[in-house]
Ligand binder design. Structure first.
Ligand SMILES: *Cc1c(COP(=O)(O)O)cnc(C)c1O
Length: 381
């Protein structure tokens, strides 16, 4: 395979097996997976608690639709609602992040009776027509227009601009508490509070898209908890089933009361529900968010001191880490993979993104830092 295949997303690494933070090729080469396939395996690859729950469920009952009470589904709801921020007492399961955001935008519209959506520059909310309309990047949108209408963009992190955009015709403000795809952008202190106050005053729904930031990644179960702000709707997916395809949203009472007809055939299927219940309960009971906070601090400190001037900035929260590099992030990711057997992800042109499983320990962090130093050192010399 050529460079071009890799740069455009393909990786010439035939993956056969995964265990914890490592992936293995058929010849036994070990790769440290610091991308976790976009944060989808917070507990590491093939975590025994999740594997066992899924194996048991698929053998017992693979699928019935959500009109039947099934224990696995009820366990998943209970686990998610218990783990959700206080005040978000109703949940609905779907199959992906974009679908969770579609539901969020629909519920915000039906509950408020308004249509206007306020979204942020550099946002990413998914690839279906509604979530895509609230996504910033033109190249994702233009070939598919017209998308869902009535979306206004404001500069991410700017409270004054947000205040100018939110009024009593606003249905929702949708924000990532820390932006992922857009470059690991941490908003200024107080920004989420401002969004909370503005939406409350206007009677609009505040939607936090925690598809990437949730499930303990930033050092608390949800990034909004770190900021002390509870939205009306929280969406999640990616790591929710530790690799099984599932998304969800948790909503406050007024949003639940105002939700109109909506559903999906596979909503809360027994097998993904078993994965969700096992993943969420393991993350909560084993306190992996606190571990992510500790290891995240260690990793950021080590990256900063070891890499020094060879990078522009290290930023993020917990194990959601962005490294602003001085050359193409795609190139750095490729060199890391091919020369250091470390897998990372770009987030835009110049930001390298690390989303390792929450279960990494200091030696894994050290391996990551050494690999980065190796790759960036080659450039300096
Ligand atoms: C990945 C992502 C999505 C889309 O999730 P899919 O499961 O790919 O549809 C939405 N929002 C954020 C913040 C994401 O990182």
């Amino acid at each position: 395979m050529s460079d071009l295949d890799f740069v455009s997303g393909g990786k010439p690494i035939p993956v056969e097996r995964g265990e914890g933070p490592y992936l293995y090729t058929p010849d036994g080469t070990e790769y440290l997976d610091a991308g976790a396939s976009y944060a989808c395996t917070p507990l590491g690859h093939s975590h025994p608690a999740v594997v066992e729950a899924v194996q048991e469920q698929i053998g017992e009952l693979t699928f019935v639709d959500s009109s039947y009470p099934v224990q696995a589904r009820e366990d998943a709801y209970a686990a998610l609602v218990a783990a959700a921020p206080d005040g978000l007492e109703s949940a609905w399961f779907c199959n992906s992040g974009t679908e969770a955001n579609e539901a969020a935008l629909k519920f915000a519209r039906s509950a408020t009776g308004n249509s206007r959506i306020v979204a942020a520059t550099r946002s990413f909310h998914g690839r279906t027509m509604g979530a895509l309309a609230a996504t910033w990047k033109d190249s994702y949108k233009e070939p598919y227009e017209p998308l869902a209408g009535d979306v206004e963009f404001v500069p991410y992190g700017d409270g004054e601009e947000l205040a100018g955009a939110v009024d009593d015709e606003t249905a929702a403000v949708i924000l990532e508490p820390i932006q992922g795809e857009g470059g690991i952008n941490v908003p200024p202190e107080g920004y989420l509070e401002i969004a909370r106050e503005l939406t409350e005053e206007a009677g609009a729904a505040l939607v936090f898209d925690e598809v990437q930031t949730g499930m303990g990644r930033t050092g608390s179960m949800w990034a909004c908890e770190g900021g002390g702000v509870t939205p009306d709707i929280l969406t999640t997916a990616k790591g929710l089933g530790n690799g099984l395809p599932v998304g969800a949203l948790a909503v406050s009472e007024w949003v639940a009361d105002g939700a109109a007809s909506h559903n999906a055939t596979f909503s809360g299927g027994p097998v993904v529900s078993a994965a969700v219940a096992a993943t969420v309960s393991t993350i909560v009971s084993e306190e992996w968010p606190a571990h992510a906070a500790r290891i995240g601090d260690y990793l950021a400190d080590e990256l900063e001191s070891r890499l020094g001037d060879s990078v522009r900035e290290v930023r993020g929260e917990g194990l959601l880490v962005g490294i602003e590099v001085k050359r193409g992030a795609n190139r750095v990711a490729r060199d890391l993979a091919m020369n250091q057997q470390v897998l990372a992800l770009p987030a835009g042109r110049t930001v390298l993104r690390l989303l390792p499983p929450l279960v990494i320990e200091e030696p894994h962090a050290d391996q990551l830092v050494e690999a980065m130093a190796g790759v960036l050192g080659e450039v300096e010399s």
